[in-house]
Design a binder for this molecule. Sequence first.
Ligand SMILES: Cc1ncc(COP(=O)(O)O)c(C=O)c1O
Length: 414
Amino acid sequence: MGNTEWGFSTEQVHAGIRPDGGHGARITPVYLSNGFLFDDFEQARERFAGETEGYYYTRYGNPTIAAVERKLAGLEHGADALAVASGQAALTIAFLTLLQQGDHVVSARSIYEGTRGLLREDFARFGITATFVKDPNDADSLRDAFRPNTRAVFIESIPNPRNDVPDLELVSAIAHEHGVPVIVDNTLGTPFHVRPIEHGADLVVHSTSKFLSGHGSAIGGAIVDSESEYLKDARADGHTVTNETFTQKARSLAGRFGPTLSPFNAFLLQHGIETLSLRMRQQSGNALEIARWLEASPAVASVDYSGLESNAHHANAERYLRGGYGAVFAFTLKGGLPAAQALINQVTLWSRMTHLGDVRSLILHPASTTHIHLTADELAEIGIGPGTIRVSVGIEDAADLIADLEQALAAPAA
Ligand SMILES: Cc1ncc(COP(=O)(O)O)c(C=O)c1O
């Protein structure tokens, strides 16, 4: 895939790149072709049997998608990868490849609400249940969550939006004690800040819609496979080829369920990844500067950013994150809901938007948007109050972003 001797910026440009057959195109072109011709009867049979490399139908593989899969596997120092239509599709396919009716997942409580809803509501309808652990860094409470039917553990490398960074090695060790794989959503960490596989994770899941693509223009997702021993009993084995890797099983399942990444989005993703380190350095650097400024502001009650020395999760952030602490975090205003409303309404440079990892800075009020269906108790449990604001910091100049927050905080509530 890649070359583990390379520095990150070299890898992000060169990992997974193969000269394109025939025309010598430097960048794998967009192959907007649903199907691929077979030379003869025998080649058609071989492709369907999985006996030779090559493509037959884009829902099962495509050269543009394959180029970005190789790049992602290389950057995460994994063995293989599957790209799909969205981050939610990646999570769904990862879980469904590992699980069947009657199985159980142990998950951190502090995760993206879409994933929690998927586990808690949608999978529950099909007999797959989940236990959400408030503090997965507490070994006893994590161990207590396991049941005889537990088949996977799920965490986020930088939880959205609380930044309560998990102890990746502790969580992986406890999962492996129970013989089950760990899935890490590395959307907010990105391989620039952390490679979960190096700390024991078995699968890494991404919403590539965010930092990897970077420009807010291409929804996509991916699963990176470590091919570890804990993935050997993956459940999705309802077809004829045996001894398959996790990715081969997941690719078959994705072919059946159908969340295919558009080759055009794969091409945009490939472009985005080539500048990931430049954007992450700037965005995470800006985020630290803004978090420090907010921490010193008299209008702010608390800042949930793991890069701050005062943050309860700073030690884990220092241990696992390189080159910065990410660019998504939450802070809470002393003035509660009226102050939050005023801030959101008064910003002019920040975009009011539910998205993350864009080159543009984004701002949102979780309690009235992404977390609107939660009860007051549930919100309190995950530290989201009426005055909590989530930001995703972009590549703009930090001074301009701070000046906009300053004027918005100073403006009288409407
Ligand atoms: C951490 C995390 N994982 C997964 C997703 C889902 O990704 P997508 O929107 O690409 O389906 C999101 C979306 O916000 C996210 O923040």
